[in-house]
Design a protein. Structure first.
Length: 101
C-alpha cells in the first residue's frame, strides 16, 4: 500500500469510527472480564467459607461452580466479540474499502 493510500485511510472518518468502536468495545469486554476474574479472586481471599459451601448432596462446592463460571465467561465474552467483529466491524471495513477504492 502506498504511503498516500495509507494516509488517506488514516484520515477517513469511517476508519476513525471503526477504530473508535472497536477499541471501546474491546475495552468494555476487557473490563467486564477483569471484574469477573478479580471478583472471584476476592471471594477466594475473603469468603472461603462461602466458596466451600456444598451444592446439592455431592462434593461439588460453590467455589468450583464459580470457577467454572469464570472460565465460561471468557468463552462467552470472546463469542460476543467475534459476533460483533463479524457483523458490525466487518460492515464498517467493507464501507471503508469501497470508499478508498
Amino acid at each position: 500500500m502506498a504511503s498516500q493510500d495509507y494516509n488517506q485511510v488514516l484520515r477517513s472518518p469511517r476508519f476513525q469510527e471503526l477504530v473508535r468502536q472497536r477499541t471501546r468495545f474491546a475495552w468494555t469486554l476487557s473490563i467486564v472480564m477483569l471484574i469477573i476474574y478479580f471478583g472471584f479472586i476476592l471471594l477466594v481471599a475473603f469468603a472461603k467459607p462461602l466458596l466451600a459451601t456444598k451444592v446439592g448432596g455431592g462434593v461439588t462446592s460453590l467455589g468450583i461452580i464459580l470457577g467454572l463460571g469464570v472460565i465460561l465467561s471468557a468463552f462467552v465474552l470472546t463469542g460476543i466479540y467475534v459476533q460483533r467483529a463479524n457483523s458490525r466491524f466487518d460492515e464498517l471495513t467493507r464501507h471503508l474499502t469501497r470508499e478508498i477504492m
